[in-house]
Write a protein that binds this ligand. Structure first.
Ligand SMILES: [Zn+2]
Length: 418
C-alpha cells in the first residue's frame, strides 16, 4: 500500500456517507460523464442524491470541468492505475476539493507524477484510503462493485486497472481503466462481467482493449471511448471500433463529441448527451435513436458566458486546454450557442481572436435552433456542430483574449472578452 496516512478497515456494503453536494436534478438519474480531457480518462459519477465520485483525473487541470458540472466535493476518488493520463490531474483535485475516500490498486509507481500524488495524499490525512479489493461501495442508491485484481507479480500496470461495475437499478456501467486482453479474460473467467448498459472502452479503445468473450458477456448498448484527437497511440483501434459496432453498441468518443454524459434511470432507460444535446436514447432492452429536444444540458461555465446583444446567440471560449495547450489544440474551443427559435445560416461568418487569427465557416454552415456549434483550434472531422480552425498551436490565450464573431458582410455579431 502506498504511503497514505489513513488506512481504514472497510467492509462490504460500506456506505460513503451523507450527501456531499446539493441535489443536481429533480429527475432521478445517475449521470456518468466522460470528461473530454484529451488523451486520458476522467469519468464523473453523479448519483441521484448529488453525491459524486471521480474515476481518474486525466493528465492535467480538471477542477474547472468538475465545477462546470456542479461538483464541489467528491465522496470517492479512484485512481485506476498510476499512469499520467489517469492520475495527472489528481493533485489539483486533492488540493481543490474535499475528498472523503481515495482508492487505488495499492501499487506504487516510480514516476514524479505518482510521487506528487502521494505527497498530496500525505498532506490530507482526513481522506480515507481504500485499497481496491473486492467489495461493494454505495454512493446513495448507486452501487459500485470493485472487481478482483490480477496478482501484482508479473502483471503490467494496465492489466491491474481498478475495475468497477456501477449499478443503479437496472442501469449498469462497466469501467475498467486501461485493462487489456489479460485482465478482461481474467474477469470473464471469474464471471465478473455482467450485462452492461454502458461500457467505457477499455484502454482508450485500443485494439488490445477488447476480446469477443468480454464483449459477448457485457453486451454493451453504449460504448464511450475516452481519447484525445490525433493521439500518437492510434487510439481507438479500428478492430475495437468494429467489434463494438458488431455487438450492437452505439459508440461515442470524447475526441469527436466532447464531454459525453450518459444518464441512467433505475428502470434501465438511459440517455446520452454531448455538446448540450441529447444524442441517443435507449430503453435498457432495445434502443431508439433520432433527434430529441435537449433535456440534459452541460451548462457552460457561468463566468465565461455572456449574452449577445441583438441576436439570440451566445459566444464563449474554453481557452485552457487540458495539459499543454499547444500540444492539444482541440482541447480549446469556442462555442456559439443558439437561443433562437429558428435555424440561423452562418455561412461565411468569421470567428477571430484579438490577433485576428480567424476561422471562416463554410458557406452552407447552419446553427440549429437551440443548438450549439463548437470551433476547435486543431484539426478533425467536421460535422454540422463541430468545426476546426486547422491550427497546430493554441489560438486562445489562457490569460485573456477577445473572440469576435462577424457575419458574412463583416459586421460584428458578438464580442466575447475574457
Ligand atoms: Zn490510459
Amino acid at each position: 500500500m502506498p504511503g497514505v496516512a489513513a488506512s481504514a478497515e472497510v467492509l462490504g456494503g460500506q456506505s460513503l456517507g451523507e450527501p456531499a453536494s446539493p441535489v443536481l436534478a429533480a429527475d432521478s438519474v445517475l449521470r456518468i460523464t466522460f470528461l473530454d480531457v484529451g488523451q486520458g480518462d476522467a469519468v464523473l459519477l453523479q448519483a441521484p442524491d448529488g453525491r459524486a465520485a471521480l474515476i481518474d483525473s486525466g493528465r492535467g487541470r480538471i477542477v474547472h470541468l468538475l465545477r462546470e458540472f456542479g461538483v464541489h466535493e467528491l465522496d470517492l476518488l479512484i485512481a485506476t492505475h498510476p499512469h499520467a493520463d489517469h492520475i495527472g490531474g489528481m493533485v489539483e483535485v486533492l488540493d481543490s476539493l474535499p475528498v472523503r475516500f481515495y482508492m487505488d490498486n495499492g501499487q506504487p509507481h516510480t514516476t514524479a507524477t505518482y510521487g506528487r500524488l502521494l505527497a498530496a495524499l500525505d498532506a490530507r490525512p482526513e481522506i480515507t484510503y481504500l485499497e481496491a479489493t473486492p467489495r461493494t461501495l454505495t454512493l446513495g442508491e448507486v452501487e459500485i462493485e470493485v472487481l478482483p485484481l490480477l496478482p501484482r507479480f508479473g502483471t503490467g500496470f494496465d492489466d491491474r486497472s481498478v475495475a468497477v461495475v456501477v449499478r443503479y437499478g437496472d442501469f449498469t456501467a462497466f469501467l475498467s481503466g486501461d485493462s487489456e486482453v489479460r485482465q478482461l479474460t481474467y474477469l470473464v473467467g471469474r464471471d465478473a462481467v455482467p450485462r452492461t448498459t454502458l461500457l467505457k472502452a477499455p484502454h482508450h479503445g485500443s485494439d488490445n482493449g477488447f476480446t469477443w468473450e468480454f464483449l459477448d458477456a457485457a453486451a454493451p448498448q453504449v460504448v464511450v471511448v475516452s481519447v484525445g484527437g490525433n493521439n500518437s497511440y492510434g487510439h481507438p483501434g479500428p478492430a475495437a471500433l468494429r467489434a463494438f459496432e458488431a455487438v450492437g453498441a452505439t459508440v461515442f468518443r470524447t475526441d469527436l463529441h466532447g464531454h459525453v454524459s450518459v444518464s441512467g434511470r433505475e428502470n434501465g432507460e438511459y440517455e446520452v448527451a454531448h455538446g448540450g444535446r441529447v444524442a441517443h436514447r435507449g430503453t435498457g432492452s432495445g434502443v431508439s435513436e433520432g433527434p430529441h429536444p435537449p433535456s440534459v444540458r452541460a451548462a457552460p461555465p457561468d463566468d465565461l458566458s455572456r449574452a449577445a446583444g441583438g441576436v439570440g446567440l451566445r459566444l464563449w471560449v474554453q481557452a485552457d486546454a487540458p495539459g499543454d495547450d499547444h500540444r492539444n489544440p482541440n482541447g480549446e474551443y469556442a462555442v456559439i450557442e443558439s437561443m433562437e427559435a429558428e435555424d440561423r445560416p452562418i455561412g461565411d461568418w468569421s470567428l477571430c481572436d484579438a490577433a485576428n487569427q480567424c476561422f471562416r465557416f463554410p458557406s452552407n454552415a447552419v446553427l440549429e435552433a437551440g443548438g450549439e456549434i463548437r470551433v476547435h483550434t486543431g484539426s478533425g472531422d467536421v460535422s454540422a456542430s463541430r468545426y476546426y480552425m486547422g491550427r497546430s498551436r493554441a489560438v486562445w490565450n489562457n490569460g485573456g483574449d477577445t473572440a469576435t464573431l462577424y457575419d458574412d458582410t463583416g459586421r460584428v455579431v458578438i464580442v466575447f472578452d475574457y
